[in-house]
Design a protein around this ligand. Structure first.
Ligand code: SRM
Ligand code: SF4
Length: 574
């Protein structure tokens, strides 16, 4: 049995007790699924996360329903686990069917390259999960205190290194997946396993799982499209003579911070060591189990690997990992990143086939007033049966086309009013927002709905100043938790209260530097005015090949603030 609150002996948090008493994530979920309530008790809500389910309520309706003396509109968010973001055509079509039948009609690509289904009613939860599982799409490990969806670059290339990385990713996913039979019992065939078999049910996680979420990401050295430094453990593959020779391990990345808790912070992962390819799974398990055994189980706000690492030191962590591996780690290899933009547009896969990376605004695949993307994707997937890759920048890649198919595919998209990636400005292609309101229970401000309102002014400004071809990332979140990884973008808007955002500047496009708070609590209608003078100064004063974030760091926040037009003086753009 894994001890709770291992060395601190502090009182375990309430969630630790719920986990321990749940018999490997069973709790009372089955009983509560059968009752008349439209939602679940607090204990079940915690356990449901492990099954990929978040009970939510429609935040847009919350106040009016309360005032009318009514219950909130209870809805569920279901998150799939899609390692590497890869789906077959059939799996994609199932996801599309499921959201049309049980969800709000949209598919939401997440920043960890999976799908979320919003607005699922409790009465449809079981059908949703069953139908996804029938297509071999699980929701177990989608959320909860365990290893989450393992991400990697979504580019569907052929060649030994890509195949080896896919193989290593699959091996890791198998090793870190929860093994509890509770998922099967509750959602699939309802069969119970014997009580005495339960202690061995979770050989890795035990009965209290991890202190909190744990994230693994893969990158190929040179291409940081996945934001590798934001993961608890980043695995950077080095290719020598066409084959992966090994991985540089990065440890302790995390974006989450709490605006109200000063001691919380975003952190980039630190280089830990180099491991040969054959050591990948043992090394990853060693890192995960150090967190399992020593992570904070009394205060969830500090229960991430980054805090453990900063508390005990990188050397301590490396020694712990090495002792579980039975040999020391070699020094990390130097990392040089050449690119970080998503893999959009038509590109050759290297085997005669082509893939098309399509821009999806904030990951929302839907049929709306700006085109019927969802229907168009369905048509294409039904007709050409491409493999589907979801990206960590909330976009979608369709793979496996012959050169002769390309124009017909484009015709389908154009007829549906979908903008092809080369018709979308770089500003927009490089922008991301988290879900935020109205579904996210933690949102204090709009994000997915707000960012598209801000972008036209920035697109126009960048064009006016001749910066339209520059890669400058803009990210927005509805609270400080950092789900769109705002703290490593060039420009970030982080929700602080309804309609107000902290503005952060000075990250870098390659995802290797954290940005800094430039202005706090800026009202939505003054965000443009707050940043525009800095962008104008960049256009006027940049050095040769200097990037926006580097300029902000060179000039310094003090001077950037001086450049800001006071909100009272107004600004020509909305
Ligand atoms: Fe996140 C919590 C959405 C990626 C850090 N995140 C949430 C919840 C589940 C809110 C909740 O706990 O009730 C959000 C659901 C909103 C909704 O209605 O859908 C939510 N997070 C998302 C997604 C969908 C954002 C998106 O627009 O794509 C991403 C789903 C990823 C996935 O497929 O697994 C998402 N979340 C991230 C990332 C980015 C990443 O992992 O690359 C981060 C920052 C990295 C990190 O983990 O530090 C992130 N989410 C958080 C946190 C802060 C964790 C912390 O250390 O403090 C929370 C809050 C929490 O866990 O208590 C959170
Ligand atoms: Fe919700 Fe905050 Fe994450 Fe946005 S950053 S999805 S508002 S928890």
């Amino acid at each position: 049995m894994i001890p709770i609150a291992t060395e601190t002996e502090k009182k375990p948090s309430a969630v630790e007790v719920v986990k321990r008493q749940s018999h490997h994530l069973r709790g009372a979920i089955t009983e509560e699924l059968a009752n008349d309530s439209a939602t679940f008790t607090e204990a079940s809500r915690q356990l449901l996360k492990f099954h990929g389910v978040y009970p939510q309520d429609d935040r847009d309706l919350r106040r009016s329903l309360r005032q009318a003396g009514k219950e909130p509109r209870h809805i569920m968010m279901v998150r799939a686990r899609i390692p590497g973001g890869i789906l077959s055509a059939e799996q994609y079509l199932t996801c599309d069917d499921v959201t049309s039948r049980y969800g709000g009609g949209s598919l939401r690509i997440t920043t960890r390259q999976t799908f979320q289904f919003h607005y699922v009613l409790k009465s449809n939860l079981q059908s949703t999960i069953r139908e996804l599982n029938a297509a071999l799409v699980t929701t177990l490990n989608g959320c909860g205190d365990q290893a989450r969806n393992v991400i990697s670059c979504a580019e569907p290339m052929t060649g030994s290194a890509h195949e080896e990385l896919a193989c290593d990713r699959a091996a890791l996913v198998t090793a870190i997946g929860a093994k509890t039979n509770a998922y099967q019992e509750i959602w699939l065939d309802g069969q119970k396993i014997a009580e005495d078999a339960q202690e061995t049910e979770e050989p890795l996680y035990g009965d209290v799982y991890l202190p909190r979420k744990f994230k693994f990401g893969f990158a190929l050295a040179g291409d940081n499209c996945v934001d590798i430094y934001s993961n608890d453990i980043g695995l950077v593959a080095h290719v020598d003579d066409g084959h992966i020779s090994g991985y540089t391990l990065l440890a302790g990345g995390g974006m989450g911070r709490s605006a109200g808790v000063k001691a919380t912070y975003a952190r980039l992962a630190s280089p830990l060591g180099f491991i040969p390819r054959g050591d990948l799974v043992p090394a990853a398990l060693a890192a995960l189990t150090v967190f399992r055994d020593f992570g904070n189980r009394s205060d969830r706000r500090f229960a991430r690997l980054k805090y453990l690492l900063d508390d005990r030191g990188l050397v301590w962590f490396r020694d712990e990992v090495a002792s579980r591996l039975d040999h020391p780690l070699a020094a990390p290899r130097p990392l040089l990143w050449q690119r970080a933009e998503d893999h959009l547009g038509w590109n050759s896969q290297g085997d005669g086939h082509w893939y098309l990376g399509l821009f999806v605004e904030n990951g929302r695949i839907t049929d709306g007033h700006e085109g019927t993307l969802k229907s168009a994707l369905r048509t294409i997937v039904e007709r050409w049966r491409p493999e589907v890759h979801l990206t960590t920048q909330q976009n979608i890649i369709l793979a496996g086309f012959l050169p002769k198919d390309r124009s017909a595919v484009e015709t389908v998209l154009k007829a549906a009013g979908v903008r092809l990636p080369w018709e979308v400005s770089k500003t927009r292609r490089n922008a991301m927002a988290c879900v935020g309101l109205p579904t996210c229970g933690l949102a204090v401000a709009d994000s997915e709905r707000a960012l598209p309102q801000l972008l036209p002014a920035f697109e126009a400004l960048f064009n006016d100043l001749g910066l339209g071809d520059d890669d400058i990332s803009i990210r927005m979140t509805g609270c400080s938790n950092g789900c769109a990884r705002p703290y490593i973008s060039d420009i970030a808007f982080v929700g602080r209260s309804l309609g107000k955002y902290d503005v952060l500047l000075g990250g870098d496009f390659l995802g290797t530097r954290l940005n800094q708070i430039y202005q706090e609590l800026v009202p939505m209608d003054q965000i443009y005015a707050s940043v525009a003078p800095v962008i104008a100064a960049f256009a006027a004063e940049r050095r040769d090949h200097e990037r926006f974030g580097d300029f902000c760091v060179r000039v310094g926040l003090e001077r950037l603030r001086e450049m800001a037009v006071s909100p009272a003086s107004g600004n020509p753009r909305p």
